[in-house]
Design a protein around this ligand. Structure first.
Ligand code: ZN
Length: 127
């Protein structure tokens, strides 16, 4: 039941992001970290613009809003598939890999590096 609620919420958010461009919109949520720190980006800043551009097949522009999304998306796709769409447990090794503490530590280290890089070298579109 919870799975269907999540899927419905994701579809609703994707529909909103398809029809309304977050760039310059007053209705889209601002990143709390960005607002509270007065201009420092969190690792996921720009993700609404990434999704909007992906839904419109603007892949290059989407990439430059937040390249980290493209780096971590295979991991999250595997996480979702092995957690929710493997009822016969055929992908248990893959699931163990996703939930292994070493994998999570690597993910957190890459995220921390990305977080530092994007605030030290602001070469991305985010405003
Ligand atoms: Zn943010």
């Amino acid at each position: 039941m919870f799975r269907y609620f999540i899927i419905s919420a994701v579809l609703a958010i994707l529909t909103l992001l398809y029809f309304f461009n977050p760039e310059g919109s007053v209705f889209h949520l601002k990143c709390p970290f960005f607002v509270l720190t007065g201009g420092y980006y969190c690792p996921s800043c720009g993700i609404q613009r990434v999704i909007h551009n992906l839904l419109h097949f603007n892949f290059a522009e989407a990439f430059w809003y937040n390249p980290f999304v493209f780096i971590i998306s295979p991991y999250f796709i595997l996480l979702i598939i092995t957690t929710w769409f493997d009822p016969k447990k055929k992908m248990s090794k893959l699931k163990n890999f996703c939930y292994n503490y070493k994998t999570i530590i690597v993910f957190l280290v890459v995220m921390a590096i990305w977080w530092i890089i994007r605030n030290v070298f602001p070469v991305f579109y985010i405003s």
